[in-house]
Write a protein of this length. Structure first.
Length: 292
């Protein structure tokens, strides 16, 4: 069976319209056949006709057939307009804007596809039992397209389930975030307490350190004062010692001079001096002799 590229529901609607069109086409053909039959029954009663009579009969037949075919074509056009009106009205209820491509209406390939589809549908319908046929009907216009509504409802239900799932996920994440926030707040309080204790300990350590520094400073000042006093005492002692040293040196020099004076006055000193004088004279005499 040839397919038209639409879903099953729309294909059934197309089949219903094609049956309606086939029925109207058959009625039109019967009307045309009836025109010819009426001409045969009413005018073709004699065996011979003149040319003018034949032309007159054909002109009458042409006028009747032309009128019937024109009326049927106009009616078909109006029927198609009503069909489009139904489709557009249903689309507008869902705020849709349908578009048509008139150039496809003369597409021979598509027309052949529709002809093949009609042929296969007509052949398959002949094979089906004809007793109590159930003809599909178009959905009432005032219902707004129940199938489309069902699809929209199903789509909304699916979106609703997705939103519920996402909401549950967000709730789980929010609960986890609140738990994490509580843990962080508790950790912050503990840290603040620890920092407070450390701050108190630090203040205590600083106080102790300041006391130690003050004590060391006091001890250093005391030591410095003691050192200064000792330095002054030592300087004074050094001056005194220096004076005493000079005095002792002076006394020693005087004593040496007196000792030398006393030594020069002794007999041994005088004898030694005479001996040295003689030796010097002998040395000088020897040098003169050596020179000669």
């Amino acid at each position: 069976q040839a397919e038209l590229g639409v879903n099953e529901h729309h294909q059934n609607e197309v089949v219903s319209y094609m049956r309606f069109a086939r029925f109207k086409r058959g009625m039109c053909l019967k009307t045309v056949d009836s025109c010819f039959q009426d001409l045969k029954d009413s005018r073709l009663v004699e065996e011979t006709f003149t040319v003018d009579e034949v032309i007159d009969m054909l002109d009458g037949l042409q006028s009747v057939v032309h009128s019937e075919v024109e009326s049927e074509l106009i009616n078909t056009t109006y029927t198609n307009v009503l069909l489009l009106r139904q489709l557009f009205s249903q689309a507008e209820k869902w705020y849709l804007k349908l578009q048509t491509d008139v150039s496809d209406l003369e597409n021979r390939e598509l027309l052949d596809q529709v002809a093949e589809f009609e042929k296969s549908e007509y052949t398959s319908s002949k094979k089906k039992p004809t007793a109590d046929p159930i003809k599909p009907k178009l959905a009432p216009l005032n219902e707004g397209g129940s199938e489309l509504l069902n699809k929209a409802v199903a789509h909304l239900q699916e979106e609703n389930e997705k939103l519920k799932t996402r909401l549950r996920t967000i709730e789980t994440q929010a609960t986890a975030a609140l738990d994490e926030k509580s843990k962080l707040e508790k950790s912050l309080r503990d840290l603040q307490m620890i920092q407070g204790d450390q701050k108190n300990n630090a203040n205590q350590d600083i106080t102790e350190l300041e006391n130690k520094v003050a004590a060391l400073k006091s001890q250093f000042e005391k030591t410095l004062n003691d050192t200064t006093a000792n330095q002054k005492f030592l300087e004074e002692d050094l001056v005194t010692t220096k004076h005493n040293l000079l005095k002792v040196q002076d006394q020693l020099s005087t004593a040496e001079k007196e000792l030398e004076k006393k030594f020069q006055q002794t007999a041994a000193y005088r004898n030694m001096k005479e001996i040295l004088t003689k030796k010097n004279e002998q040395i000088k005499d020897l040098r003169r002799r050596l020179s000669k």
